[in-house]
Design a protein around this ligand. Sequence first.
Ligand SMILES: [Zn+2]
Length: 211
Amino acid sequence: MAYRVKTPSILSKVLYRNLVWKIPVGDTPAVYLTFDDGPHPTATPFVLDQLKEYNAKATFFCIGKNVVEHQDIYQRILKEGHRVGNHTQNHVNGWHTKKNKYITDVNEAEKHINSNLFRPPYGRITRGQISALTQRDKPYKIIMWDVLSGDFDTTINGQKCLDNVLSAVEPGSIIVFHDSQKAWDRMSYALPKVLAFCTEQKWQLKALTTT
Ligand SMILES: [Zn+2]
């Protein structure tokens, strides 16, 4: 499977500068955990319990149809002080979807997810789609990442997933995990250890800001 754990700077600094890849480091170093594809009936509650244990906040990029199906878990995410973002209604791939259809899917998810944060499924989005989402009445802030855990990669184990994160994380990092069935084995192994590591480094674990 072809993917990069650490986002190459040619993407973040040259080609797609108007997307958010990393957060500038302030007085207190912080990292930003993100969870894509939920809410999921077992993975999401597990993540929420872990976050609570470490007094951590995070951002959940939810799929609209999963929010409809697991409304109670979606409400729990909000109630516990985390932030949510739009990850489309049906997890559509921007490279294989015409602009109008893509925007319609985002708008459908918007009925269920109240947020100005957006993350494109698979990280795949065209320039036209970016323009449509960022240049409108209520513009979206498009959130990418600089650290990909690889928890979706069924060819690696939890330890490799953990190593991926620990080798790349630094203050300001936006880290991608998944609260999904597919990622469960690796995410459930790596997440508690990543939380422990960041806490030991005295890095705050914060939700992304909407401004
Ligand atoms: Zn996704």
